[in-house]
Design a protein around this ligand. Structure first.
Ligand code: ADP
Ligand code: ADP
Ligand code: ZN
Length: 214
């Protein structure tokens, strides 16, 4: 089963994708994570995307489609979770063709609905474990008092350079202008299910599980 988790920055896509990896053995394909890896390892592509990402703008379709193509051709999985991809209609079309080429289907698109005020709070309070990538939140999911990651015991945590209010404004604008049209696109294909992303993490997890059971 292949699914897309869709929603604005901070909606909870990464958090829920990690849950699905753990509970169902699916494979998470996060273009944001792939781009950050490229940036951190200092590749040519990483250098090109760093500035664009810091500003909160979208990286070119060509680059992200290339990243997804490579994964689909090389990684075998009993289900992919697309997290943060597709973000434009061109990416959505490309994904459809790539999956078809691999003899696969797209089975569900889950839109996580949240309001903008909640996003500012979530994004500015976000951190992740530097070792395993577990996602934390100063308010809703704090790092344990002993300073150790609950998943791996790691003690180093990172905040993203683009998790500030200024960059979030641009990211939200990009979402509404370029990504939100995909909601109509997948609705018309009969693939879309909306869920309440404002509920707590476990409740959202339950709602996603219910969609996948159908
Ligand atoms: P968030 O989890 O806050 O939604 P991501 O980690 O998915 O953010 O993405 C971080 C940044 O990486 C984006 O602001 C954008 O610059 C770039 N990016 C990630 N995925 C894509 C994509 N599919 N198309 C274009 N740019 C992308
Ligand atoms: P996205 O990948 O969509 O950008 P994340 O999964 O990184 O979103 O979550 C953004 C922030 O909000 C993180 O700090 C995370 O711990 C927190 N968060 C995620 N889901 C919820 C939820 N349902 N309720 C409260 N906080 C949440
Ligand atoms: Zn960890």
């Amino acid at each position: 089963m292949n699914i897309i988790l869709m929603g604005p920055p901070g909606a909870g896509k990464g958090t829920q994708a990690r849950n699905l990896v753990e509970t169902r053995g699916m494979v998470q394909l996060s273009t944001g994570d792939m781009l950050r890896e490229a940036k951190d390892s200092g590749t040519e592509m990483g250098k090109i995307v760093a500035e664009v990402m810091a500003k909160g703008q979208l990286v070119t379709d060509e680059i992200v489609i290339g990243l997804i193509k490579e994964k689909l051709e090389t990684v075998k999985a009993n289900g992919f979770i697309f997290d943060g991809f597709p973000r434009t209609l061109a990416q959505a079309d490309a994904l459809g063709k790539l999956l078809e080429g691999e003899g696969q289907t797209l089975d569900a698109v889950i839109e996580m609905e949240v309001d903008d005020a909640a996003l500012v709070q979530r994004i500015t309070a976000r951190s992740t474990c530097a070792h395993c990538g577990e996602v934390y939140n100063d308010i809703t999911k704090p790092i344990p008092a002993d300073g150790k990651c609950t998943v791996c015991g790691g003690t180093e945590f990172k905040r993203r350079a683009d998790d500030n209010e200024e960059s979030l404004k641009t990211r939200l604008m990009e979402y509404y202008k370029k990504t939100s049209p995909l909601i109509g696109y997948y609705y018309a294909k009969g693939m879309l299910t909306k869920i309440d992303g404002l509920a707590d993490i476990d409740t959202v997890q339950g709602e996603i599980a219910a969609v996948l059971h159908k």
